[in-house]
Structure formats: C-alpha cells, structure tokens
Ligand binder design. Structure first.
Ligand code: G6P
Length: 609
C-alpha cells in the first residue's frame, strides 16, 4: 500500500526520487520522505501530507545532496500518519535507513527483543523494527545483515535499504510485495512499480519472493533466499511515459474514462481472428473446459464487481455454476475445490494481497487457476496457471475505470469461448456476438461524446447526502460498481440494492428528495425494475434512470431524469451502462471539490491483508 523507490548513479538523487514518488503516490499518500547519503552520513527529509509538502521543504529534492537514496510514499498501517511514522526510518546508530511497503507481522516480538538489548524506538511502525534489526546484525557486511534480518521477519514486505558506510550501494528485497529493478546507463533503480522509472529507462527485472538485489551505479547483483547468486531476465516495458501522464486533462480519472474505447479495442481486437476467439499462451483446451464442474471467481473491490457481472453471463450462456467470492473471504472459507474446479482471479494490479493469498489457497486445494490481470509480470500473473492480460495500460486514478471495463471485456470473451467449447452457442450466434462486441468501442465513443448531459445531471444531484442504486440481475451487478464509484470519490454515502430486495427494510431510508439511480438496461426485467422505481418515487425519491435508447420511453414514465445508452445485446450492456455512471461520479465529485485521483484513505494497490 506504500510506494518505494531507490536510485544509485551519478546524478543528484533527490529530484529523481521525488519524480519517482510522484508516479507512485497512487499507492498511498498520507506522508512521504527521502533519504540520501551526502558523504557525511544519511540525511532524511520527511513530511506529513501529500508529496507536495515534501517537495516544498526539499525544493523538489534538491536540498539533499548526493547520488544515491531512497524514497517512500505512505499509506498508514502501523501508526497514524505523522512525521515520526513516515519513512525512511533511520536506525538508532544512524547507519541504516529503510523504506518499506507491506506489513511485518511479528514486529512486536522483534521489537521487544531489540528493546531488551538497549534499542530505543522513536516511531510506532513495524518498519523501524526492520531498520533496527538490520543495524543490530550489521557487522560491516550489509548483505549479510539484511539476509539475517529476513530470516527473522515474518510478513509481507518490499524493503529498500541503505547504509552510511557504503554510500553508493542500495539493497532491495521482496517477499509478497511488488518490486522491480530497473537499469540505466551508469545508474540503477528499484521501485514498487515500473511507472516510477519509466521516464529514465524501460529495461527492468521483476524480483521473485525471497530474492535480494544489490544495486550499485555500475551493476545489479541478485541473490536467492540462501544468498546464492541468481540470473535475472531483463524485460523491456513497451508502455509510453505519456500513458502515465495526464496529457492535458484535469484529472487522470477523466482521461482514463475517455480512454476506454481505445482500451477495449486493444483488449478485444487481437483476440478475435477469422470469427474465432484466440487466447494466445493459455492452455485451457476444450476438453478441460467441458469437464469443469464449478467455477470460482475471486477478487476484491471493482474487480469483484466484474466477477458478479461475469457470473450472470457465464451461468446464463454457458450453464455452468459460478460462485463469486471476495478474496478476503475466500481465503478463510475452506472453499470446496475438486480437480475440475476452475478458479478465476481478477485483479488490475496483480498485487492485491488477499487475491494473491486466495490464488495460492485455490492452487493448494487443487483448482486450476486463471488470472485476468492488467499489470504485466505482477505476482498474480506469474503465479496463476494461465493469465489473460487486459491491456488497459497504466491506470493511475485510484478509482478504477478503464481497468474495470477491460476486465469486463475479457470475461465476455471467456464466456463466449466457454460457450463455444461446451456447444452452447452455434457458430453463427458466436459470429453475431463477436460482431456486436467489436462495435462496443464505437458506442463508448458516442457515450463519451455526450458527457455534457451527464455533467448537467451531476449538477442536479451533487449535494445529496445519500444515494441509492437499484437494479436487477446484471443491472444489480452494475449498480454495485456505480455505487462504489460514487462513494469512493465523492464521499456521498451510497448503497446498491437488488431492486426487489429494497422493500425488505431499506425502503425505510427513502424520504423526500432521496436520489435513487435505477439501472434498467434489461428489457426482460424493465417492468419489474420500473415498479420498484415507482415504489421509491411514491415515497418521495428523485429517480435517475440509466437505460437503453429503446427503453427510454418506459424509463421516462417513472424517472425524473434519464440517461440512455445505445442498444446492444444484454451481455455487453454493462460495458455501455457503466460509463455514464463513472462520468456521473466524476462530475459529482468535481462539483463537491473532492480530490478526484486520490480520494481520502484509499490506495490503488492494496498489498496488505
Ligand atoms: C483497491 C482499488 C480498487 C480495486 C481493488 C482491487 O481497493 O482502489 O479500485 O478494485 O483495490 O484491486 P486489484 O488491483 O486487485 O484489481
């Protein structure tokens, strides 16, 4: 949940570290800090609040002189956000500085041991324990000290470490938290993810669990958990730096919403060839798919909501049972897995701690695993039996939009592929579906071009204290995401309900002027949801309907305001309907003056349990 970065080379480290942290701020942003060895020991600057505070007090990193250092942007786990709890942490002797992403689970025991040996702590963090422990073991060889400390530490971590005695050397280690090493000319880097270094280099290596990297300006050496040297493959990132920049938009979120037509094309087009779905590099053959008796979809947050949509589609079209489970629940639920169980993990980052744990649990129990992931080379992508990438490009806004949409698109392809393998659709039906799917990006462009209407509607609803979302079936799945999008960035209390369930309690919350977003894209269920909209209207609610062009008239009869999306087959409607809901949340949050790209208390990549 935090971002770490390290640089060693010949240039001044400060501005490079601050530049890297700017790209990592999406991972956490309650405080930030850098440490640099200026030749007279390690100097540290840290500041509570956004990175801009740190930039201010260090003149963009220039005030700390030196060519090697560490940077950190924090999302608090142990100890509230404060200067003292910010990273980098310095050991009592001033010799060792550490930045950390993750959680050290046995920090209390280690802290007690160190206190008994005379160490004094100045923060409430688990990271300071790691710092003091490395210092405790340090006898002139930093690598050995780090290795001994790793043997004691339990939990998940990516650590960046520097030692006053060896100003040019950085050590980076990883256990269940993302970490990459990147190579420049006469300079090297490590970081929580590639966006932090993209403006300097595109050559990177991914560390595996338990691996240690020792970086100097001229080289990077890798070791396994037994300190045996390891050879790492160098990979070339094909993202453009501009993909991780705002490109003239006021916020990443709106940029990413408007990128969705392109993102969907990139995700879908290469996988349709001559009227067939082609999944390159995955090994799920037709025989295996026919034999599947149970599908789990496991994910967190918006990725979980994609799973809920996929369940409706897979069960309706493939006729196989699907259970969608929150990753944090799956891992402790003693799931029922047979040799014919397929577990699909959905994750934008590929680094969500609960989803990683669920993946490992599913594998341990004998399930075959398939990951739908955006970040290439991430832990989930590497550990799953098969992986389908979503090709959304880097997503920076904390509230996901284009990653959600491309995940949905992959689930459509998967549903159709399964249906074909199981003989549930004919060739001509498949062709018709694929033709329709190919047209979705154009329809998305049309929706985006009409965003002013949504902006106007947002101006009517932005001052609400509570907003409800209702829908049935796949429209309910969409409501879950529409509601989450709104609450996470606007801080309006918002709940999604299966429309038919409302009357069993929740309807008592409806009073004069309570806004209710009624998602009514399904022709089959239109009448039913319209009746539920009538019920809330009769109790004073203001109803905003999200529907299709062909259902507009029916929607207008019950709703105060209507957003109509182009028609499409039921299966793909979520892709169209979610965009106005994303835009609605965006404009509501803008009207309320919220921090759009970095909502309070959130982080994009949740690498703690
Ligand atoms: C965080 C993000 C959400 C995301 C969820 C799961 O809460 O803010 O946008 O849906 O994590 O993340 P993943 O990377 O596994 O999709």
């Amino acid at each position: 949940m935090c971002g770490i970065v390290g640089y060693t080379g010949t240039r001044q480290a400060g501005p490079i570290l601050i530049g890297g942290l700017e790209k990592l701020e999406y991972r956490g942003y309650d405080s930030a800090g850098i440490s640099i060895n200026d030749g007279n020991g390690i100097k540290i600057a840290k500041a509570l609040g956004r990175l801009a505070m740190l930039e201010g007090i260090t003149d963009g990193g220039r005030k700390l002189r030196g060519t090697a250092g560490l940077g950190h942007t924090r999302w608090a786990t142990h100890g509230r956000p404060s200067d003292a709890n910010s990273h980098p942490h310095l050991s009592q002797t001033g010799r060792i500085a550490v930045v950390h992403n993750g959680i050290i689970e046995n920090y209390r025991v280690l802290k007690e041991m160190l206190i008994n040996r005379g160490r004094v702590f100045v923060s409430e963090t688990d990271t300071e324990v790691a710092t003091q422990l490395i210092d405790f073991y340090y006898e002139g060889d930093l690598l050995r000290a780090v290795h001994r400390a790793m043997n004691d530490i339990e939990g998940a971590y990516a650590l960046g470490i520097m030692c006053a005695d060896d100003p040019d050397t950085l050590i980076a280690v990883r256990k269940q938290a993302p970490l990459i090493v990147a190579y420049g000319e006469g300079e090297n880097y490590f970081a929580s993810d590639v966006t932090a270094v993209l403006e300097h280099t595109k050559r990177v290596s991914y560390l595996s669990d338990g691996e240690i990297a020792v970086l100097t300006p001229g080289e990077v050496k890798f070791y396994d958990s037994f300190l045996q040297p390891v050879e790492k493959q160098v990979e070339i990132i094909d993202w453009d730096v501009s993909a991780a920049e705002k490109g003239g938009y006021e916020h990443f979120m709106i940029k990413e919403i408007l990128e969705q037509p392109r993102a969907l094309r990139d995700t879908v087009s290469p996988r349709i060839r001559d009227g067939k779905i082609v999944f390159e590099g995955i090994e799920l053959d037709a025989d295996y798919i026919r034999g599947i008796d149970w599908i789990y979809i496991v994910a967190c947050g918006s990725s979980y909501h994609v799973g809920v949509v996929a369940k409706y589609n897979i069960e309706r079209i493939v006729r196989k049972p699907v259970q969608v489970v929150l990753a944090s629940e799956f891992r402790y639920s003693e799931p029922l897995v047979t040799g014919n169980t397929l577990a699909i993990m959905i994750s934008q980052s590929g680094e969500t701690a609960d989803t990683i744990a669920a993946l490992r649990e599913a594998k341990r129990l004998g399930a075959r695993t398939l990951a739908i992931v955006n970040v290439v080379g991430s832990t989930i992508a590497r550990e799953a039996d098969d992986v389908l990438y979503t090709w959304a490009g880097p997503e920076i806004a904390v509230a996901t939009t284009k990653a959600y949409s491309t995940q949905l698109a992959v689930t459509y392809l998967l549903t159709l592929y399964f249906a074909e393998c199981c003989g549930r659709i004919t060739e001509s039906e498949l062709a018709a579906y694929l033709e329709e799917l190919n047209r979705i990006p154009d329809k998305l462009e049309e929706i985006c071009s009409k965003r002013e209407h949504v902006q106007y509607l947002a101006s009517l609803y932005f001052s609400a204290d509570n907003i409800f979302f209702i829908g049935r079936n796949i429209d309910y799945a969409l409501s879950l995401e529409g509601s989450l999008k709104l609450k996470e960035i606007s801080y309006i209390c918002s709940e999604a309900y299966a429309a038919g369930e409302l009357k069993h309690g929740t309807i008592s919350l409806i009073e004069d002027d309570t806004p209710v977003v009624a998602v009514m894209t399904s022709r089959r269920l239109m009448e039913k949801t319209a009746s539920n909209a009538e019920e809330v209207k009769a109790r004073g609610a203001r109803v905003l309907a999200v529907t299709t062009e062909s259902l507009r008239k029916e929607a207008e009869r019950v709703a105060d305001n209507v957003i109509a999306i182009p028609d499409s087959s039921d299966m793909f409607l979520p892709s169209l309907a979610i965009v106005p809901m994303q835009l609605f949340s965006y404009y509501v949050a803008v009207s309320r003056g919220c921090n759009i790209d970095k909502p309070r208390n959130l982080a994009k990549s949740v690498t703690v349990e």
